[in-house]
Design a protein around this ligand. Structure first.
Ligand SMILES: [Ca+2]
Length: 354
């Protein structure tokens, strides 16, 4: 695997932890959500005072100025920041179980357990009409839309209850990724300006991910889709909008409708592991991989079309090996984690089999 890529991905791959038992969602990374892209070209430093809680009110004034410079109206600035507060991360962290490193097998035993697969199937049946509508609107198979909905929020059950503006302001204030979070805050204010949600209902995770598909604000602006045609994109309470937005995300970032996500494979002895990785120059045809001796673990799932394929080693060692296709990269655009993308693929497969 390319070193640069590994450096970027490894914190996400290995920062796995479980949230409290009342919360059945598995976090793949602490701050990693839909299209969690960092724009590093123009670092934003809004503030030179120490980042201590007593300076938070002054920092809010700096954020207001930044919002004004980015075209947010005075009325929305007043509304958005009206009761802004510094999120007490100590309390949030205290609710979480200790950080735990999982192997892929351990992760999938939770994320794609029998009960999770059953729940996915029952949601597919229950929301048959809405998800088929989203599939028609976006061209993304219903099974993947349902899978992502479940992984992101347990079908809307776990959306986070923190005030979005306060969460983003706190994260920007912490300073480590100020440029990213201050821009997300401007995007959040734009969402208020568009009237997609009221200030009181504008809730999300402490990391700023919102609604049933856990989009960051910029992702909602970029990929959100109005599934029921009422002129508003409501990813908190409107199932049609949630499902259409999930589909629209994948369609926009390059889903291949004739493609597949990946297959588990086994490697021959002494296989050259440096061939693994998702870099463009590591793509090979299925024929080329087969000539190198790879074997499909499940003959039934072997794809019958010719697509570029990459070999990945999701665990640090080579205990599990997958051959993945361009749609896997599309899933990783959503969340740059092998574990995440594999679990979504497996859940979608289980739905497609029904
Ligand atoms: Ca709508």
């Amino acid at each position: 695997m390319d070193n640069q890529f590994l450096k970027m991905v490894s914190p996400l791959l290995f920062t796995l932890f479980l949230l409290g038992c009342s919360h059945q969602r598995i976090e793949v990374a602490s701050v990693s959500t839909a299209n969690d892209k960092i724009q590093q070209n123009t670092p934003t430093v809004l503030f030179n005072l120490p980042r201590t809680e007593n300076n938070f009110p002054a920092y809010i004034e700096a954020l207001k100025t930044f919002a004004r410079e980015n075209g947010i109206s005075e009325a929305v600035i007043e509304l958005g920041f009206a009761d802004v507060y510094h999120l007490n991360r100590v309390i949030t962290a205290d609710k979480n179980q200790p950080e735990k490193k999982l192997t892929l097998a351990q992760y999938l035993a939770i994320a794609a357990s029998e009960s999770r697969l059953k729940l996915a199937a029952s949601k597919m049946a229950e929301f048959h009409e809405q998800v088929n509508h989203a599939e028609t609107l976006t061209g993304i198979p219903a099974a993947y839309i349902i899978a992502l909905w479940g992984v992101e929020s347990g079908y809307g059950r776990y959306q986070g209850k923190d005030d979005v503006i306060s969460a983003l302001a706190t994260l920007a204030f912490e300073g480590r990724r100020e440029a990213f979070f201050s821009r997300e805050l401007v995007a959040a204010l734009q969402i208020l300006e568009k009237g997609y949600i009221t200030k009181d209902e504008f809730k999300g995770s402490w990391a700023g991910a919102m609604g049933q598909n856990q989009f960051m604000p910029s992702s909602l602006l970029k990929y959100g889709k109005d599934g029921d045609g009422d002129g508003v994109i409501d990813i908190w309470t409107n199932t049609n909008d949630v499902l259409a937005s999930i589909g629209n995300y994948l369609a926009t970032v390059g889903w291949n409708s004739a493609g597949y996500w990946g297959n588990m494979i086994t490697l021959p002895k002494d296989f050259d592991l440096t061939l693994a990785g998702l870099d463009n120059n590591k793509a090979k045809s299925l024929l080329q991989w087969q000539q190198l001796g790879i074997i499909f673990a499940d003959a039934k799932s072997r794809p019958h079309y010719d697509e570029k394929a990459w070999l990945i080693l999701p665990d640090a060692d080579s205990t599990s090996v997958y051959l993945v296709y361009s749609n896997f990269k599309t899933l990783m655009h959503w969340n740059r984690s092998y574990f995440f993308a594999i679990s979504v693929g497996m859940i979608a497969d289980s739905l497609a089999e029904k």
